[in-house]
Design a protein around this ligand. Sequence first.
Ligand code: GLU
Length: 360
Amino acid sequence: MSLRYKKIAVKIGSNVLTRADGTLDITRMSALVDQISLLHKKGVELVMISSGAVASGRSVLGIHKKMDVVDQRQLYSAVGQAKLINHYYDLFREQGIVVGQVLTTKENFGSRRHYLNQRNCMRVMLENNVIPIVNENDTISVSELMFTDNDELSGFIASMMDMQALVILSNIDGIYNGSPADPESKVILRIEKEQDISDFIQNSNSTFGRGGMLTKTAIARKIADQGIEVIIANGKRDNILLQLLDKKSEVVSTHFVASTSEVSSVKKWIAHSEGFAKGEIHVNENAAKALTGDAAVSLLPVGAIKIVGDFEKDDIVKIIDANGHSLGVGKVQYDSGKAREMLGKKNQKPLVHCDYLYLE
Ligand code: GLU
């Protein structure tokens, strides 16, 4: 088998892992574990992002009384994650493979130190032939700071671990050019970099997970822009992963074609840091034009017109144009006080150096 990719992140959605009644579908889990094991034995470096904790906890406890949503999430995920990882552990052990659990929160991606610490943990696991199985730590995630869903989390992970491809397994074949229920609709097989598909997307959420097609598409695009191939495929289809990775095989799925431009590791982190921005730098029209042009340029004080918020040197800030539109994010070289003093001045060092600027 000649492989398409050597380093992949595989996200498995709750709907792939659960039956219609909400219980864990062990047969499906086992089939996916078999495929992942085979790829692992062929030398593919793999990180799994698996949902299903909340769904499986809910089905174990079968509580029918009314409960606060946060209480529910915390209780179900605490119980369900233990169940989920136990199953994975046993299934992989039958294949002679060791897996480890990584639970994270969005806040862990906010500071560069936590980010690198987390990356190191997963690197060490991979170097020692251990497959990391990642999930959001729903027991301690604070609602406002949670990942939109595990699709977003899988994008963060694929980018952080410099994967060649991210495979998002859901319970449909990919993104359709109409309603998936309509027999006339077809799966869009390839989505190129600039292609606008917003008219096609239906945001019907899956039954057991948090993710919908809209977020899947937004994440897929962002990750593909960082040079990582993204594939959305049906995890309920037999041998789907093997077929996706086998160069000789074609299988129905939606493939977001990766951009060929190199994105540095720091930029990849900055790309995901928007939610942690401490302030804003507003820029004039000329600066906006220069920043969004083809050349890599830094954001200079002369092009800045307003500073919003209080931030420290090295914090993440949003870059906003004169019409109030966000252009991207960057790591700022001065605190907000100093940045205010420098506003509009010529011949100064950049507020944000181009190596630390991520434009949308
Ligand atoms: N972290 C959640 C779980 O394991 C899933 C979130 C999602 O559905 O995307 O149950």
